[in-house]
Design a protein around this ligand. Structure first.
Ligand code: HXC
Length: 164
């Protein structure tokens, strides 16, 4: 198993908690070239990737009329474009290897299909991830790549509750 994120200290602590043989890579999913390099390296180091969980997200409560263009982009770039970057590179590796039966799991939210006030960038981005999931579940079915999305709902952690 391997995890990725922007901050090495947090990755190191998390990989130790998960257990032995957990790899980590410092990678911002907004950076397509960094994602590509990470996927190629992990394909080699792990002897072939067979699963991908797109969980990276950013979110904050804000009135829509107060959002700057960069605030909107930050969340959409992480949630939607980050999911696309990882999914594209993972899918291409599966196709190149002729490997069938691999899985992609995308984490969405309970407001993906309804929208939600005060979290506009997240609601838009997660709706996009849902559309990506449904689209590629069909387009990549001939390659034996399965895509699913789940909406776990809120977890009452200190970080989540201070923001939401
Ligand atoms: C309005 C905000 C803001 C806020 C940031 N911005 N926080 N605008 N309200 N609370 C604006 C900034 O002013 C800036 O715009 C732009 O967003 C980018 O902010 P930065 O901090 O410079 O960017 P970055 O370092 O990339 O961080 C963005 C972020 C960050 C990742 C979204 O907020 C963050 O680290 N959040 C903590 C992680 C997180 O969000 N975890 C929860 C995700 S999961 P300007 O114009 O000033 O440059 C989740 C699922 C919810 O929330 C599901 C619920 C059911």
């Amino acid at each position: 198993m391997a995890i990725c994120g922007r901050k090495e200290d947090r990755l190191k602590a998390a990989s130790e908690q998960i257990g032995p043989n957990t790899l980590y890579k410092v990678c911002d999913v907004r950076d397509f070239d960094a994602v590509s390099a990470m996927m190629i390296a992990l394909e080699d180091e792990m002897g072939g990737l067979t699963g991908l969980v797109n969980n990276a997200a950013g979110n904050f409560l804000s009135l829509a009329e107060d959002l700057s263009p960069n605030a909107f982009s930050s969340v959409v770039d992480i949630v939607l474009k980050g999911t696309f970057h990882c999914t594209r590179e993972f899918g291409r590796l599966q196709m190149a290897a002729g490997r069938k039966g691999s899985c992609i799991l995308n984490i969405v939210t309970t407001y993906t299909e309804t929208g939600s006030a005060f979290v506009l960038p997240s609601a838009c981005a997660k709706a996009g991830v849902y559309a990506l999931t449904n689209s590629l579940a069909v387009e990549w079915a001939p390659y034996g790549i399965r895509l699913n999305a789940i909406a776990p709902g809120p977890f009452p952690t200190e970080g989540a509750w201070s923001r939401l």
